[in-house]
Structure formats: structure tokens, C-alpha cells
Design a protein around this ligand. Sequence first.
Ligand code: IPE
Ligand code: IPE
Ligand code: MG
Length: 250
Amino acid sequence: MANIFKQKETTFNPEGYIPKHIAIIMDGNGRWAQKKLLPRIAGHKVGMDTVKKITKSASQLGVKVLTLYAFSTENWKRPNDEVSFLMKLPVEFFDKFVPELIKENVRVNVIGYIDQLPTHTQDAVKRAVEQTKDNTGMILNFALNYGSRAEMITAVQEIVKSGMKPEEVTEEVVSNYLMTGSLPKELQDPELVIRTSGEERLSNFLLWQMAYSELYFTDEYWPDFTQDSLKQAIASFQSRNRRFGGIINK
Ligand code: IPE
Ligand code: IPE
Ligand code: MG
């Protein structure tokens, strides 16, 4: 008997609409490693290779902004050795990958409290931003030491400091004061948000920007996520009817 609760099957349509901004909560590195009896950091290392593959795939599919949640303002709670490994990863990642990013015409952008990162991490990030600043293709937007509530508090503080009148504070103003405000206007909010690893929560990621995002959860751990997984997520997006509070239009 057909299971009426089963999710409908979807196939990726390369001619169909490709979300312009995709944001990914890259989760499950630790569990991926533990399942293989490896230390958690082994999962982060393979996860970095997934970042390279998915960046390339997204860029080739025509995505305009790919936001990747790499380190949250809450991830400092982890053991020191894991945190310090995670802080070294951007150095290795950018040093090896920037030439390819340049070839792909990808521009690196960062959101998060970068000035709180160790100097070597900050330097690597700033170097990558600088080296790719003239690229005109996809924006690879890393959320590093990012937290949505902290971001909102900073935005409110800045708005108050600006001396703006209360009635001047509009949705557009708030969007511009958030860290994603540096992205092109029509690309600030993700159309599709993917979370890997089976967890179905937002973990303090882009809470304002996600107001009308389509959410996609997959059980795959991040190191196992492939180009086909990305296409499957886009296929799911393509099958949805986005109403933005209006009425059904197809
Ligand atoms: C995601 O994987 C990467 C970061 C949060 C830095 P995790 O490290 O959270 O992996 P799990 O969730 O413990 O499996
Ligand atoms: C969210 O994953 C943060 C990143 C992917 C960087 P976490 O693993 O930190 O989230 P929780 O703790 O399971 O909510
Ligand atoms: Mg996790």
C-alpha cells in the first residue's frame, strides 16, 4: 500500500530554477569520524574536502551566493584541541584552494566576529578575501564565529548609535545593518537552507534572513555530502510552492 506520508520523489531539473542563495549548516563531521572510529578532527578534515567539492558544484550550477556555516559563536564551548584544529583549517583551506577559487571566478566573503579569531586564522581569511576581491562569479560566504543573535544585537547597537529615528528603522535598514548587508541586496536572504546530519534545528544561523527560506534536512553527514546530494536538495526546492503569505499560484 502506498505510504501517503512518504515525501514525494523529486528529480533535479537543470533547466529549472536554481536558488540564487543557498546556505548550508555543515553538520555531522564529528559523528562521521566517530562512526569510523577516528578522532573527530578527521571528520573536519574530510569535511573540508566536501567544502571544496560543493563550492565547485554550486558555482557550476549557477548559484550566486553559497553561505557555509563553519564555526558558530557557541562552538567555543568545545575542547581546546578541537577548537584550535578548527582555527587552523581556514589557513590550510585557503592556502591550497585560493588558486582554484580564482580559476572558478569565486569571490570569498566572511560573516562573523572575525576579530575574535586567532591571528593566523584572521590573516588567512583576510588574504583570501583580498586575493579574490575582483572575482565576479559566485560569492563563497563563510560564516565564521557567526551567531545570529549576536549579529542582531550588534545591528541594533549600530542603529541606535547612528541616531536614526525609530520610524526610520525599516526591514531594509535592519537587513543592511546585519552582516549579510554587504551582499548584493537581492541576494542577502538564502532561498534554500540545507542542514546535514539529521539534526533539524537552526542552531543560531541566519534567523532574520531565513524568514522565508525553504528548509531541507538530510541524514547524510557533511563529509558524505556530494554534488548529487546538492542536486537532490535543489530538486526538493524546485518542487515546492513558495507563497510568502499569499495564495497558491500553481
Ligand atoms: C560540524 O560538525 C562542524 C562544526 C560545527 C564545526 P560537528 O563537529 O558539529 O559534528 P557533530 O555534529 O558533532 O557530528
Ligand atoms: C552548527 O552545528 C554550527 C555549525 C555547523 C558551524 P553544531 O553542531 O554546533 O550545532 P548543535 O550544537 O548541534 O546545535
Ligand atoms: Mg554538530
